[in-house]
Each structure stands twice: as structure tokens, then as C-alpha cells.
Design a binder for this molecule. Structure first.
Ligand SMILES: N=c1c2ncn([C@@H]3O[C@H](COP(=O)(O)OP(=O)(O)OP(=O)(O)O)[C@@H](O)[C@H]3O)c2ncn1[C@@H]1O[C@H](COP(=O)(O)O)[C@@H](O)[C@H]1O
Length: 100
């Protein structure tokens, strides 16, 4: 993924990167640390909880910039959790579509 990636392809590109980290586990990768942590998946679930809290606090403060920043952290960690459970972005889209 780079700065030229069209905005509407960002989530797919991010998931492709996460899946690549999951398969290859490169050493210098934050995503790898989430897949290999000694606490197992509890570690990324703790991070997810922290990001939810930080997102809520930003919303309570009406801090739009911080809200977007923390929301991006939250979505990234959620996508890692979904990848850990072999759930794809299309699976998520299908679940959302069922609710139309
Ligand atoms: N989108 C993200 C992304 N969002 C958040 N993070 C990391 O998630 C961590 C969040 O931790 P914290 O909330 O504790 O934030 P912090 O800045 O460490 O500390 P605070 O000041 O917030 O308390 C930080 O280390 C961020 O770098 C991310 N790390 C990676 N990505 C994407 O994943 C790709 C692959 O990254 P690597 O796996 O590192 O190669 C990157 O190119 C990005 O596109």
C-alpha cells in the first residue's frame, strides 16, 4: 500500500497487508507482534479494548481529529482480530449487507 492507493481501496489493501504479515511473519512488523505475542490473541484483544476506550474519549471531547486517529487504530486492530479468525473483509461486507 502507498500514497497512490485510491481511498476506496485502502481497506482491501490494508487487509492484504495484514494477511501477508500473518503468512510471512516478518521480524520488523508491528502486525507480526500481534500474531506472535506470548499472551496469544488476548494481547490484540487488550489493544482493541484500549482503542475502543480512546475512541470513546475522543468522541466525548468532541475532538474530531483525535476521533479519526483513534478510529483508524481501532479499525486496524479489529481487522487483525478478524484475520486471526479467518474472517475476510467480504465476510464482513456480507454480514453488513444482510442488514439492509
Ligand atoms: N494501520 C496500521 C496501524 N494502526 C495502528 N498501528 C500501530 O498500533 C499501535 C497502537 O498502539 P497504541 O495505541 O499503544 O499507540 P502508541 O502510539 O504506541 O501509544 P499511545 O500514545 O497511543 O498510547 C502503534 O504501534 C501503531 O503503530 C498500526 N500499525 C500498522 N498499520 C498498518 O499495517 C501496515 C503494516 O505494518 P507493519 O506490520 O508494522 O509492517 C502499515 O503499513 C499500516 O498500513
Amino acid at each position: 500500500m502507498d500514497a497512490d492507493t485510491p481511498t476506496d481501496e485502502v481497506l482491501d489493501e490494508l487487509v492484504a497487508t495484514i494477511e501477508s504479515r500473518k503468512a510471512e511473519l516478518p521480524e520488523d512488523s508491528y502486525t507480526t507482534t500481534l500474531f506472535t505475542h506470548e499472551k496469544g490473541k488476548n494481547y490484540v484483544l487488550e489493544k482493541l479494548g484500549e482503542e475502543v476506550t480512546e475512541t470513546i474519549l475522543a468522541a466525548k471531547d468532541d475532538d474530531r481529529e483525535e476521533l479519526l486517529y483513534e478510529s483508524a487504530d481501532l479499525v486496524y486492530h479489529l481487522l487483525v482480530v478478524l484475520a486471526m479468525h479467518d474472517a475476510s473483509l467480504d465476510d464482513l461486507r456480507e454480514e453488513l449487507k444482510k442488514r439492509f
